[in-house]
Design a protein. Structure first.
Lengths: 615, 350
């Protein structure tokens, strides 16, 4: 490695790759993250892509980005603002400048900064020349022309040159962050091994970018991020959607119930279905239904027939599934419904994240219609959350609504690979053939759970359905007292789940000045902010909820030890109002944001400080 | 549709002992109106299930909402009374989860062709191996008399006091247009034909739709009278039999022939017409052209075609699901979830 630039040790860095949606920024970002992980750093990533597949070239609407936060200590979020921005064209610079820290490094493909592109991006003049970027360090790299030059001796056309520009940028960044090229070259070999010209082109351009960085003298320094202190073990990088799919497969194996997914494609949930469709070798049956309703109804049919039944969706799809969730509640059949939330209402902003489906999950059905509601906390937690959702659904014969969101579903983090044998056992209450005491709605006296009797089993023929049934024998009933009893039983059964889930944890002291309450996909940002204040010696604790309906049974204890409680969520105050209903003995402050964006750690810190300072 | 695919033909386990009607009679009080066509359909099902010979636990009936959809409560099998329009979707899940079941759907014209229209056409298009009994009484009965998607144009009902202004669906046309592989039509009052057709539908691999022209004695009485009445039925019913000429009329002297691009009714002996001119029914032919024409025939020009109109052999969705899983299990390196978790790009921190 050249010694022209001095090596500077840094603790963490946020890098964002941005370009046109066809520029391969997602791959570039992923490979850059993988290189960091292999060098022992902790990291968190977040892709930021437009709803359109290919918006007009070089426009702000078509900008796709990938942000990664890497560091030598525990990394909780993909970072608020970036330290390094790699912009492949003027539009991507324009769209992302507001996310760049003052004084940050901006690397641009100078070849794309020409009159026509300025106009398309909405610039009046060249932003690189008019002084508007004076507070940043700008590296003008001739990415396009040097890519072409690197390919002159190879049998590839100009289209290929355009497609491999991202590798030049990646090579350059790998040099700046003091990485080895080998892991990336190995990846390219695996991906393009069968297509030699493409393989050679990508490697040549990657090397060209790396060597370019080595020879220029324009770099202020190169950076080294020491390996993080991470628990020993085997790891992989995982997104929330993949993790959720794998958690379901693990639950299927652990319960010996075959997995059935009935779903309809919807952003940002589709990747769960895509992932499960790849694993037919594990017996997963994936049915792409004609609509959201058929998705859940086919799953419910499969549940009756004895499968671990799942349907995946996002907010608008959950609306369509409401009636069938009611059917699942009254038939008391197990089903996992995963809602990967996005910004609503209606179609809203499909690629942007939000936590505003909580009311819908809790209350969005006709009649007294309780279901278990859970929320995954982080990309890796989606594995455990999906596993637990499946376990609860089957063991308690109830629908479980698992809330994820676009931010953790598409974001990634390190995942310590578990052994399936170390996961909790799952024991569904399956009825025995020819059991003379079997009755469809006979309940376990402890849990109020009925038994699961699959068609095909001898001696257990019975009927379920949407009409109210008589407790015990399960025949159709309109008896007033029986209806009251069944309503109470269904509620009690769900509440009983609180005795089978973990107690709510407090991060920090059990009493103090300020308790921060949050839930779902915001764990990373909340942890970072609370951690910062705790290190400053402030009396702040965090209670981050994963179980919402029912709440953990120690919730009242958790809430009682603090002078102030601040509930933070990416909606207008849905969880806080739920707490006001369930634990009305406290008064709650709330902090909300509904912009389709995650919390900024810096904003949270400012808010917490304000709360602590106000008397 | 891929007709080349090997059909694996998963079979439903047979009963070791002979079964009788009593094995399927439920202990629930049947609450349809006296005189309702549904009673005859129930009788036929109870008569045909023992004949089919599957283990009684392997029958499963799924329904949606409406008078017809109370059906599962009245037959002693596994049953799922679903929600409005969604029986086809629920049944698809049941069959895919356990292909060893004989799955039957009980549904009506409103349930399957209005609110459940989408699921109905996609069930048929996929050719999931289930049997669908379509109770077509051309009216919404359970909600007390509103027009349905099959009510003839001009029908006066509570929601169409001046008569309907909608063009009705012909179920056969919809089924065949949706790539249907089996379509039959029967009349509720002809229990013999109904039982025979149900038996054939059980034997057919793929979605079998049986349209049952059913009388609603309260809200649409005699709605099918132009086909079913004693005076008219000989001339207005064509009873199809595979391999037999399409003859009808009291003395079987009338027949159907193909004239150019359409069907016409002719009389043998008139204008030099002989039996050789009469079309011979081939219910198994893959091409749906003649089947579509037959399903569309309507009085007064033509009789209504009854019996099995189409029974073509194509791959079924559930067979192909099993085949893909079988292939994946045989060929994938990932045999368990531990394999999956440790596959691809992993690294160890020491």
């Amino acid at each position: 490695m050249s010694n022209r630039a001095k090596v500077q040790e840094i603790e963490d860095v946020v890098v964002k790759f941005v370009g046109d949606s066809g520029d391969g920024m997602q791959l570039t970002g992923t490979l850059f993250s993988d290189a960091a992980v292999k060098a022992g750093n902790d990291m968190a990533t977040f892709p930021d892509f437009p709803a359109e597949i290919r918006a007009p070239l070089n426009t702000v609407a078509g900008v796709s980005g990938f942000q990664v936060h890497i560091g030598s200590s525990k990394i909780h979020t993909s970072g608020d603002y970036c330290d390094v921005l790699v912009a492949m064209n003027p539009a991507s610079l324009k769209a992302n400048l507001k996310w760049v820290k003052p004084g940050a490094t901006i690397i641009v493909d100078i070849d794309t900064f020409e009159e026509k592109a300025f106009a398309k991006a909405g610039y009046d003049s060249n932003p690189l020349d008019n002084g508007s970027l004076d507070s940043y360090y700008i590296l003008k790299a001739p990415v396009s022309s040097m890519t072409k030059a690197a390919l002159t001796d190879l049998p590839v056309d100009t289209k290929m040159a355009d497609k491999t520009r991202n590798m030049f940028a990646l090579g350059l960044m790998l040099y700046i962050f003091n990485r080895q090229l080998e892991p990336t070259i190995k990846y390219i070999n695996n991906k393009f091994g069968k297509n030699l010209p493409v393989l050679e082109a990508n490697v040549a351009v990657l090397n060209a970018g790396y060597n370019y960085a080595d020879t220029i003298e324009a770099l202020p320094s190169i950076y080294n991020i020491a390996p993080a202190v991470i628990e020993k073990g085997k790891y992989r990088n995982i997104t929330g959607n993949i993790a959720a799919a794998w958690g379901l497969l693990a639950a299927s194996e652990r319960s010996a119930r075959p997995l059935f997914l009935g779903s309809y494609p919807i952003t940002p949930a589709t990747d769960i279905m895509i992932e499960l469709a790849r694993h037919k070798s594990l017996g997963a049956k994936v049915f792409q239904a004609e609509d959201e309703i058929a998705g859940i109804c086919s799953s419910l049919g499969a549940s009756f027939a004895g499968s671990l039944a799942v349907t995946t969706t996002s907010g608008p799809g959950l609306s369509l599934k409401s009636e069938a969730i009611g059917l699942a509640v009254i038939t008391e059949l197990p089903i996992v419904i995963i809602d990967v939330q996005r910004a609503g209402p209606s179609t809203g902003m499909p690629t942007k994240s939000e936590q505003a489906d909580l009311y819908q999950a809790l209350f969005g059905r006709n009649g007294e219609c309780p279901t278990v509601v859970m929320a995954a906390s982080s990309p890796a937690d989606c594995f455990y959350a999906a596993f637990e959702a499946a376990k609860i659904a089957m063991e308690h014969m109830t629908p479980v609504l698992l809330l994820s969101d676009g931010y953790i579903a598409n974001g990634s983090q390190l995942f310590k690979i578990p052994k399936v044998a170390d996961l909790p056992e799952i024991h569904p209450p399956i009825a025995k053939p020819n059991d003379p005491n079997y009755k469809p709605f006979r309940r376990d006296p402890e849990t109020f759970v009925r038994q699961w009797a699959f068609p095909g089993t001898e001696g257990l023929r019975h009927r379920v359905g949407g009409l109210e049934k008589e407790n015990g024998i399960g025949t159709v009933s309109t008896d007033p007292n029986n209806h009251q009893l069944m309503v109470d039983m269904r509620e009690a059964k769900v509440q009983k789940v609180s005795e089978y889930i973990a107690d709510q944890k407090i991060i920090g002291e059990n009493e103090g000045d300020l308790l921060i309450v949050s839930w779902g996909g915001t764990l990373g940002a909340m942890t970072s902010a609370v951690d910062t204040l705790q290190k400053e010696g402030k009396s702040v604790s965090l209670a981050h909820f994963k179980h919402i309906m029912p709440l953990p049974k120690n919730t009242a204890n958790v809430l009682k030890g603090f002078k102030k409680i601040l509930v933070c969520e990416l909606n207008s105050g849905q969880f806080v109002n739920y707490l006001r209903m369930k634990h009305h003995e406290h008064s709650y402050f709330q902090y909300n944001k509904v912009q389709g964006l995650p919390f900024m750690v810096s904003d949270l810190i400012a808010k917490f400080n304000q709360m602590l300072n106000e008397k | 549709m891929n007709n080349q695919y090997t059909i694996t033909n998963l079979t439903v386990e047979k009963s070791e002992t002979p079964l009788s009607k009593d094995d399927f009679v439920s202990d629930q009080m049947v609450r349809w109106c006296p005189g309702c066509g549904s009673h005859a359909i129930l009788n036929s099902v109870e008569a045909v299930f023992p004949k089919i010979g599957y283990k009684k636990e392997n029958f499963m009936i799924v329904s949606g909402i409406g008078c017809s959809s109370r059906f599962p409560y009245y037959v002693n099998t596994y049953g799922f009374h679903g929600i409005h329009g969604r029986a086809s979707a629920i049944a698809t899940g049941v069959k895919l989860a356990n292909p060893g079941l004989s799955v039957w759907i009980a549904t009506g014209d409103g349930d399957s062709m209005a609110i459940g229209g989408n699921h109905f056409i996609h069930l048929i298009r996929r050719n999931v191996d289930v049997n669908l009994l379509l109770f077509n009484n051309q009216i919404y009965g359970l909600t007390k008399g509103q027009y349905s998607p099959t009510s003839p144009m001009g029908t006066v009902t509570k929601t169409s006091p001046q008569g309907t202004i909608e063009h009705p669906f012909n179920p056969g046309e919809l089924v065949i247009g949706s790539q249907g592989t089996f379509f039959a039509r029967v009349i509720d009052s002809n229990q013999k034909m109904m039982t025979e057709v149900m038996f054939e539908s059980a034997r057919h691999d793929g979605t079998s739709v049986i349209e049952i022209l059913q009388n609603c004695i309260i809200f649409a009485d005699k709605t099918h009278a132009m086909v079913t009445s004693k005076e008219l039925r000989d001339d207005r019913q064509l009873h199809l039999e595979d391999g037999k000429p399409m003859l009808f009329g009291k003395d079987k002297t009338k027949g159907i022939r193909l004239n150019g691009t359409h069907l016409e009714a002719v009389t043998i002996g008139v204008d030099g017409i002989t039996e050789k001119d009469i079309l011979v029914h081939d219910q198994y032919r893959a091409d749906p052209g003649i089947h579509l024409m037959l399903s569309k025939m309507s009085p007064p020009e033509l009789p209504v075609a009854l019996g099995v109109i189409r029974s073509a052999r194509f791959s079924t969705y559930d067979d192909l699901v099993e085949e893909q899983i079988h292939y994946a299990k045989a060929n994938s390196k990932i045999k368990c979830v531990d394999d999956l978790l440790n596959s691809g790009d992993t690294f160890t921190i020491e």
